[in-house]
Design a protein around this ligand. Sequence first.
Ligand code: C2E
Ligand code: MG
Ligand code: MG
Ligand code: MG
Length: 285
Amino acid sequence: QAKERGRNNVCVFDPTLQASILSQTGLIDDLRQAIQRDEFHLLYQPVVSPLQQPQDWEALIRWQHPTRGLLAPAAFIKLAEESGLILSLGQWVLRAACEQLTHWGRVPATAHWSVAVNVSARQFLDPAFAARVQSVIEGSGINPSLLRLELTESMFLTDIEKSILKMQSLRALGVQFALDDFGTGYSSLSYLKRLPLDQLKVDRSFVQGLPGSREDAAITTTILTLARTLGLQVVAEGVENKAQFDFLLQHGCSAFQGYLFGKPMSAQDAASHFPPARQAIAGSE
Ligand code: C2E
Ligand code: MG
Ligand code: MG
Ligand code: MG
């Protein structure tokens, strides 16, 4: 059957499709070498409190491609998943994020900052996932409770029992879990009471329409109520203006992320963008 499909594919000649396949093939080869060539870096976006103080930073990967320029995850994460390269890339991200935690941990004013790392489905579903994460944590010596892993609803479509066990074993070390892009996937609400989660992240697509859209307002306030009842923290993603922020504040949201507070930035800029409080500096001297 594969032969048949192969033959069919050869018959279809679509120059644009072929060009895109070729450029993707090139990209896979590049991706293979990019880790050794040190072409990736992490940016950090603040997650702030109602007083707009950063408490947490989401690590977001970027690829400085030698000829294509700076690439956002949309340009290569899917490819990394399909090729299996996400396993080593995911390890690189975890190591880099833990290294950053170690640096921030040495400065009293930033020692309480935590870091959230995005995990892809293929990475999470890998049987060695929990062991891999544990080995990075132990290798870096970080406080595991400052590491939060962001999962998405689609990961729980298969084998939820195994997923729960995986999460529990990491949670026993202190690692936290967030459910990213909440409301956009296919999860049944019954998962929510079973998954050992700490945080729900309301997807940007719902925040976008606030406060004007009745639908987005209804969905967002329902998620906020649901989270409060379940004892989960809520982060609103993609907050871009004050009207959205005010609406979320009024409805009891306690953590916010979006361009209004800060775009993804280098770790260096993170510390200067939010200069440590005066007392904290005095206290450290
Ligand atoms: P995400 O985890 O939902 O991350 C939030 C995305 O929204 C980021 O895009 C961020 O730059 C963008 N964003 C934040 N605030 C705003 C805002 O106010 N307005 C708008 N329009 N956008 C905002 P980015 O960095 O391009 O990442 C896209 C996605 O790629 C992430 O979505 C995540 O799913 C994935 N990703 C990023 N880094 C990694 C990684 O290290 N590993 C894996 N597996 N996936 C990653
Ligand atoms: Mg995320
Ligand atoms: Mg998100
Ligand atoms: Mg999102």
